[in-house]
Design a protein around this ligand. Structure first.
Ligand code: ATP
Ligand code: MG
Length: 155
């Protein structure tokens, strides 16, 4: 079963956007399999964004992620029944993948390039304060879920 890792970053939590963001995933038909409120350490934030080590914004980014509580979540795809209805159409199948869909839902990295209707498009202006994180592929999803959750925390 395809899974992704979603996190509401400290700015999203501080601005009171937890319920709105969770509601969007729920209303689309995704169901949570894991959720918790965590305040990541700087060291943990560096592990999470370890692929961006060396970028000029790495220090600010990891300071920010470790600046307050984060809502860490794993929503799985909708029931397999709805997916098997569409397996003949590769576009629909792709559109139903939770990783790609989650990224679309979140919007572009820079909020000013995000479409209205996306989470970043609706709620953010600054690339350094862009509300939410979503895994960018199956391998990162696997690694991030393993970094943030113990197996017994995933239902
Ligand atoms: P995320 O991984 O947080 O979901 P993303 O996958 O859209 O975001 P990445 O390229 O992985 O984008 O960058 C991780 C985070 O680093 C971004 O969400 C953003 O907050 C920050 N970031 C990316 N590029 C820049 C930049 N040019 N200047 C400042 N911050 C940046
Ligand atoms: Mg990313």
């Amino acid at each position: 079963l395809e899974r992704t890792f979603i996190a509401i970053k400290p700015d999203g939590v501080q601005r009171g956007l937890i319920s709105d963001i969770i509601a969007r995933f729920e209303k689309k038909g995704y169901k949570l399999v894991a959720i918790k409120l965590v305040h990541p350490t700087k060291d943990f934030a560096e592990k999470h964004y370890d692929d961006l080590k060396g970028r000029p914004f790495f220090n600010g980014l990891t300071d920010f992620l470790s600046s307050g509580p984060v809502v860490a979540m794993v929503p799985p795809p909708p029931p397999s029944q709805s997916m098997s209805n569409h397996t003949a159409d590769p576009q629909v199948w792709e559109g139903q993948g939770v990783i790609k869909y989650g990224r679309k839902f979140i919007g572009a990295t820079a909020p000013l390039a995000s479409e209205p209707g996306t989470i970043r498009g609706d709620f953010a202006i600054s690339v350094g304060r862009n509300i939410i994180h979503g895994s960018d592929g199956p391998e990162t999803a696997k690694d991030e879920i393993a970094l943030w959750f113990k197996p017994e925390e995933i239902l």
